[in-house]
Design a binder for this molecule. Sequence first.
Ligand code: PHE
Ligand code: ZN
Length: 862
Amino acid sequence: MDIRTQPLAAAPAPVLRADYAPPVWQVPEIALEFDLDPARTQVTGRLSVVRAGTGPLRLDGDGLTADAVSVDGVPADWTMDGDQLVIDLAGDAHLVEIRVTIAPEANTQLMGLYASDGLLCTQCEAEGFRRIMFFPDRPDVLARYAVRLVADRARYPVLLSNGDHVDSGTLPDGRHYADWRDPFPKPSYLFALVAGDLAVNRDSFVTGSGKVVELGIWVREHDLGRTGHAMHALKTAMAWDERVYGREYDLGVFNIVAVSDFNFGAMENKGLNIFNSRYVLADPDTATDQDYDAVATVVAHEYFHNWSGNRVTCRDWFQLSLKEGFTVFRDQQYSADQGSAAVKRIEDVRVLRAAQFPEDGGPLAHPIRPDSYIEISNFYTATIYNKGAEVIRMMHTMLGEAAFRAGSDLYFDRHDGTAATCEDFVAAMEDASGHDLGMFRLWYRQAGTPRVHAALDFDAPGGRARLRLQQVVPATPGQPDKQAMPMPLRIALFGEVSGTKLLPEQTVMLDGAHQEILFEGIGERPVLSINRGFSAPVTIESDRSAADLAFLSAHDDDPFARYEAMQQLMVDTLVDDVATGNADLTPVIAAVKATLADPALEPAFVAEAVLLPSEAYLGDQMPVVDPQAVTRAWDRLRGALGAELIADWRGVYAGMAAGGDSLEAAGKGMRRLRGVALGYIVASGAADGPALAAAQYEAAGTMTDRQTALSALAMTASAERDAAFAAFHARYADNGLVLDKWFQTQALAPRSDTIDVVERLARHPDFVMTNPNRLRSLVGAFAVNQRAFHDPSGRGYRFLGEMVVAIDRINPQTAAKLVPPLGRWSRFDAARGAMMRAELERVLGTEGLSKDVFEQVSKSLG
Ligand code: PHE
Ligand code: ZN
């Protein structure tokens, strides 16, 4: 049957922020008992419920049936209203006992209790607990948990849950049990358990007030040697949060468990963080320097949630950015403190521009505090996380370090042990600082990336410069008209002749649609440096010439601004070349040459500065994306930079070999720059390019050098490429995380035949549809490879559409995350747009579509 003729299921109803009502029943205490078995796990819940309003007790369930229900020890009457179990309770306080049976090994959604690689583990955020036990599964219901885990001792020797381990013992038939108590009331999304055959890396941390915390990182025995870096990161994060935010850890234990099948990066369950193994495991043979940094960032992020998320949680899921935006900001600060703050800022902005700007400019745009959702899992977005962090950062910039800290202290103080709102956070910042954040709250309400136009006039005889700023916030779905939003713009002027800063940097508050700023005593033509440090998450449009940008790329004393000037120069040149085919490339080539030769710059910074903006980012700068024209221009500039500066690249390549295998920041920076140089040498078309990359591959002592060589070879069609990929696969055949790199590097290859390779890889025996990391490394990577995905044949769209449908049957959350690239149809030419829409429609017409995919696809069609 033609699936297009299937009637659409009724559209699921959205949940509205305006409909928030406090819970009718609270559950101050819950005792849970699990009789664990992969095929048949029995769960008994004893809920002490206390009336907080009028109405029956309504408990959320998802795919559960109650085997038995009693109230105060007596079998009770109950009904089902959709997925909710409803009990009419006469009094104000009761003990409700419910028994259910669930099948973890059949749970491919990876929400609730599931099996991964012989382990049993849970994922409850946002609404997974209701797949384990009937419960008011909303973050403003906080309970104290007592948990008993019972399982076969041989198969599941380790039994973990939240809080403190209070008892364990043996039972008949080779079974055993462990009891855990979490003294801190928590919402159900922070519940966790793990059962399995795990080895542990144990350590301890002494808090500022002298409390000893037992730390454990639990992994498969053969991965134990890869846990050192995560442990180091955990301890530095604990110390950092005490020093910078005055936050101490509050339990006697902190455990981290690595699992290989996980929908997100990691989860901050109280005292028992569960991680995607890719953010725990690292050793030089299997992890790149980037992986090391990602491990540290995610370990810190989840740890920081203990305060920003757990001690103070969210009232409802519309407030998600309350914990995520703030915690991302905190992990960014932490990472900036561990190495080069400038390079970290550049990386964070690159992520924002690659992931959040397109979201904010497309059909899925939403404010950092959304007004409605169909499926909350779809709102764990770059907007909530990364733009949310930028909004916190702006407050930090406006208030200054000390007042911001006073605000966060007040926030934690006021709301400790409760479920709070974004408004509570802003109010605490206001109250502690005396700063009026009235209009600033628009950042929580309005979606869309503001565009700020900046024009600087110079009146030479008067010695005056006048800066005119103009702000536009573009329309987004459901928000046609926008108000101007207050934003801090860090600004400086540089003298074109002297090459020096003419005035000290100022932070200008742009708080209307238009603003003029007058600078006096300017003795020479000034060049504008604006949004330094990326002080506001906006797009700057200015009329600065190529010469001005090249000047800033050599003279600006703010490293971010310096990087930004180079990027803008590259973007302007590439956009010109896309249009004309013969843009003047010499300013970029000269600026890159000067940057490579500047001995004052750290290698990690140079590596960032000389890299071209991605093809996707260039596409974002055009009214209608022409992927082939972008590819042509990108290849031309990259080839020219490689060929014209070949001697420079070879010099850098040789010079940076001194970085060796050192894991220190300096070694990492040198490896990064060396990798960038190798890429340019290969792109130059030099005859020895593939051989040089192959030699690096052979000699590599670290995964970083091996991966860089592989990526460089992936650009070529060479015998060396094929040999290296075969060797890589053979070497790492039994390491799933490294095989992900093998898939991803091929899916990201900037080649027109990548689509063929990707279609072939989708039939490879190692392409496992049940593992989210594997799906992301092939399908997710391919969909952001603009030149490959937008192949004029439309095969890329078809491939993605088919994948979404197939994955949706297994894991709706992961399927839904693959939809957005198709939703960008209105940005492309009519032919591509029509093919992309057709795929979305085909997906939408599929029978039995999940809410997750339904929401993403229907919104994407507009
Ligand atoms: N709360 C997790 C984090 O950001 C992310 C997450 C969401 C993990 C949903 C799993 C499921 O730290
Ligand atoms: Zn988080």
